[in-house]
Design a protein around this ligand. Structure first.
Ligand code: ZN
Length: 489
């Protein structure tokens, strides 16, 4: 049975030639192709994870729930500095987890250390090539120190913190990104290198303007974070003297080439500007709750025709890379506000994952139709009864974790068969992953130390942010309880 957002839910055959679906219909006659028998199974387009950070794939269970600005100290500045070999391992581990849980394409905003740009970026691309996952890799860099990106001015007489990163030359950094893109473009159809500046407030305008040129000259996409937290509204308003969305337009970084992760704290007119520009918004509901960032208005955004994709975000703010969990969470969390008749149903969230994800990546994926890439997931039906389409999708979104995933095809190639990778030794990868996780565990005290040195100033800043009102509200208000002073264990 084929389960596609726009096609009837019925039994049919799929013919793939090269990496593309060329025919879909009943009783197709096999020519000289390999035949994959999916009788009594369900076949759906592979899920699309439109925002993650591969370097965090094994950073799970070690990060406390913290507001993003403090979380950055744990994860980015306190995190283990990976070797290229370890970057390969973490990217491969994330890719394997995605394949096991029915995801066939990722937009990985991968942090690349500038001192080791080529080896590190090549390691990540090689991991995706080896595992067979379709990957758009957005080279994540920034040329400003993280402290410059915080609204520290809100804290009266605050100490001036020592920078946490060395200064970067914007021109040289843009050149490194451009070189990476040119080295990998066209090498493999499934791997797309693009720029991924970390966030506007973490980059200089000179660097962002150069990135806009690099992308325009090559006709490629750009991916970045945008207004994930309330503190970023204050930081960007203060810096630009206007909305960061208007500022991005000035820098030629609004348009259909852009996808923006998070977009929690935009106001109505900013969302409209993004929609009118044809940009894609990537919703990361688990990460946004894990870091207390807030909740964007998903239902209203979908109703206004905003292209919305879904992302797991890095494992350090999610703890896994399971897109079925993201689908379920996105379906559940938006029942906390608004008219119940307008809660986005599971079917709409699933469609957003496929359609929005395809738009963010810019390839013909997320569909079972002639012309689409042959990215398919075959699921067993032991855990799901066959039922009408809408309930079938709801059953997958609400009750599936990936246990039913049997076979995964990416670009017409079987990359997972009977639940095992056809490309790499999973036990070897587990051994490598364990070695890295042990090293990360051993550095726990160092992380605590780096976090501790930043905690007082950032906490004071967050208190100032909390005390101030904005025209938009994205955090829950729960009241009517006593605050008992029991110790938190
Ligand atoms: Zn992110």
């Amino acid at each position: 049975m084929l389960l596609d957002p726009d096609a009837p839910f019925e039994a049919a055959d799929i013919r793939i030639s090269g990496d593309t679906i060329v025919e879909v219909g009943p009783n197709l006659r096999a020519q000289d192709e390999e035949v994959l028998d999916a009788t009594e199974k369900l076949v759906m387009p592979g899920l699309i994870n439109a925002h993650t950070h591969s370097g965090q794939s094994l950073d799970r269970g070690l990060v406390p729930s913290l507001p993003l600005d403090l979380w950055l100290m744990w994860v980015v500045y306190g995190g283990v500095k990976q070797t290229p070999d370890e970057a390969y391992t973490t990217a491969a581990a994330g890719a394997l987890e995605m394949l096991h849980t029915g995801c066939t394409a990722v937009l990985d905003q991968a942090w690349i250390p500038t001192a080791d740009f080529e080896a590190h970026s090549d390691a990540i691309m090689s991991a995706y090539a080896d595992l067979g996952l379709r990957a758009t890799v957005a080279a994540m860099v920034q040329d400003r120190d993280v402290y410059e990106s915080f609204p520290l001015d809100l804290v009266p007489d605050h100490p001036v913190p020592a920078p946490l990163s060395r200064p970067e030359d914007p021109e040289r950094l843009a050149e490194q990104v451009a070189t990476f893109i040119d080295r990998w473009t066209g090498k493999r159809e499934q791997l797309i290198p693009i720029p991924g500046p970390s966030a506007p407030q973490r980059c200089s305008d000179e660097f962002l303007a150069r990135i806009a040129e690099v992308a325009a000259a090559r006709g490629i996409k750009v991916h970045t974070h945008l207004l994930e937290t309330k503190s970023q509204v204050f930081a960007t308003r203060h810096r630009y003297g206007k909305s960061v969305v208007e500022h991005l337009a000035d820098l030629r970084l609004l348009g259909p080439q852009m996808s923006f992760a998070h977009c929690v704290w935009l106001d109505g007119s900013e969302y409209k500007t993004l929609r009118d520009a044809g940009s894609v918004l990537v919703h990361n509901p688990i990460s946004n709750v894990r870091c207390g960032s807030g909740l964007l208005p998903l239902g209203p955004l979908l109703r206004m025709g905003m292209p919305v994709a879904l992302g797991a975000d890095g494992a350090a703010s999610n703890d896994n890379q399971n897109m079925f969990e993201v689908l379920k969470f996105a379906t559940l969390i938006h029942t906390l506000y608004g008219d119940f008749r307008q809660w986005p149903p599971a079917t709409q969230v699933w469609r957003a994952c496929l359609r929005g994800g395809a738009a963010a990546i810019g390839q013909a994926i997320g569909a079972i139709a002639p012309g689409a890439k042959g990215d398919l997931v075959v699921l067993g039906l032991d855990r799901h009864a066959l039922r009408p389409k809408e309930q079938m999708v709801t059953s997958l979104v609400m009750a599936e974790h990936g246990e039913s995933v049997e076979t995964v095809v990416v670009g017409g190639t079987v990359v997972l068969k009977d639940g095992r990778s056809t490309r790499v030794s999973e036990s070897d990868l587990i051994r490598r992953s364990r070695a890295f996780m042990t090293r990360a565990n051993d550095e726990f005290d160092r992380r605590k130390h780096i976090y501790g040195s930043a905690e007082a100033l950032i906490s004071a800043m967050l208190d100032e942010v909390t005390a101030r009102d904005l025209p938009v509200h994205r955090l829950a208000a729960v009241d009517g309880f006593e605050d008992f002073e029991a110790p938190i264990v």
